[in-house]
Design a protein around this ligand. Structure first.
Ligand code: ADP
Length: 393
């Protein structure tokens, strides 16, 4: 086995033993420092770095036990392995040293082969441990650097989103004024409508970017309150009526009015439902059928919502990426529709922050079903008793 070379401190009050050990260790290319008692050894350890200590037990001034007790208290020294050198008749002392933290022991005068083997074994263990520590420290340093970079990126995104808001709302206001200034011809109206559409997209993008920044810095909060999903799904569906009609879709709601209240954040659930139903409308060719179903799963203490479409579907090899940030399918039909790939990432985070689960199944070319669950408040709270009470659940 390959020999290792280390910096070794030999502590012994017997000059002959010190010299024997020094010669034997130097023959194996170790760097050797000598100390005549425990006190001198401690002084040296505080000034120099050692890979291994060979320690006599019975010494004047400070004995081997006291040295071991001292180094056990100092984390940097406690990492250095100690091999105790004891007289043949002092086995009890060697055992006590092992209990105090020594790694191994050798009998005086040490046998050359045993000395080489045990020194090598201790050094190997020490070097491996050092490597592991260095690796761990490097990983921690990298992790911290990535965290800092991530926070800086999130702060930049939040700042950019904030700065974009003002000019955008000025454009929107100016745009709204055009129709009041005078009559517009058909071409002008058409152009203004295009500008409005782009403004809506930019507003949505800014909201998404702001949410991403908040999610990444842990600054997003949900306010969990008893919530009537029946009412919320109906209102969200109404707000999307324009998309339903303009694309000739049918949107059916199978949501019983007597669903138990769920524990969720109203605004965030509007965002989740808008994203999932909006995606179903967007990724379904005109004339599709979108069905939203909600079921109380009493045995699981939750409400299970499904949004089913008869749309493009998601290719099998893309399905595992669907909730990742910025993912958009490579499918040309998907790419033809506007989007950022942020909606589902935010939606999943929001559902999970509300103690729910979200998943999907999809067949390419046939359609997709997104599912999510939310916990119910309590069996005694019913929609007829309280509508979105202000009391946290
Ligand atoms: P966006 O719609 O802005 O691209 P999302 O995060 O909401 O972002 O969706 C990510 C991707 O998941 C979409 O680009 C699309 O490829 C796919 N996807 C989402 N919902 C559906 C759906 N109902 N049917 C087919 N594909 C979908």
């Amino acid at each position: 086995m390959q020999s290792l070379h280390g910096s070794i401190l030999v502590v012994d009050d017997n000059a002959v033993i010190r010299q024997i050990l020094k010669l034997a260790l130097e023959q194996n290319q170790h760097h050797v420092t000598l100390a005549t008692d425990g006190r001198e050894a401690i002084d040296l350890m505080e000034k120099h770095y050692f890979d291994l200590i060979l320690l006599d037990i019975m010494m004047p001034e400070m004995n081997g036990f006291q040295v071991l007790e001292h180094i056990a208290k100092i984390p940097d020294l406690a990492k250095i392995p100690v091999i105790v050198i004891s007289a043949d008749s002092q086995l009890d002392n060697a055992i006590r040293c092992i209990q105090l933290g020594a790694e191994d022991y050798l009998v005086k005068p040490p046998n050359q082969t045993l000395l080489r083997t045990r020194v090598n074994a201790s050094l190997r263990k020490k070097f491996l441990h050092d490597q592991e520590q260095a690796h761990q420290a490097e990983m921690e340093r990298m992790y911290e650097a990535v965290k800092v970079a991530n926070t800086e990126k999130a702060e930049f995104i939040a700042m950019a989103a904030h700065e974009l808001r003002n000019p955008l709302s000025q454009i929107a206001t100016t745009n709204a004024l055009f129709s009041r200034v005078g009559d517009l011809n058909a071409k002008q109206s058409q152009l203004l409508e295009k500008v409005n559409f782009s403004l809506e997209r930019m507003k949505a993008l800014i909201v998404d970017l702001d949410d991403i920044a908040r999610l990444e810095t842990g600054n997003i909060r949900v306010e969990l309150r008893p919530l009537n999903l029946h009412e919320l799904i109906q209102k969200t569906a109404e707000s999307l009526q324009h998309d339903v009609l303009s694309r000739d879709h049918s949107l059916t709601l199978n949501v019983p009015p007597n669903l138990p209240l769920v524990c969720a954040d109203r605004q965030r659930m509007i965002q989740v439902l808008t994203n999932l139903i909006g995606n179903a409308l967007k990724y379904t060719p005109n004339g599709g059928q979108i069905v939203v179903t909600a079921v109380h799963e009493a045995h699981l203490h939750n409400v299970h919502v499904t949004i089913r479409d008869t749309g493009l579907g998601i290719q099998a090899d893309e399905q595992k990426q669907i909730f990742t940030k910025f993912f958009r399918s490579g499918d040309t039909d998907v790419r033809a529709r506007p989007g950022t790939g942020l909606g589902l990432y935010i939606t999943k985070s929001l559902v999970e922050m509300q103690n729910g689960r979200i998943w999907f199944n999809s067949k390419y070319g046939q359609g997709t079903q997104f599912h999510f669950t939310l916990p119910v408040v309590g069996e005694t709270t019913r929609p007829e008793m309280a509508l979105d009470t202000a009391v946290p659940c």
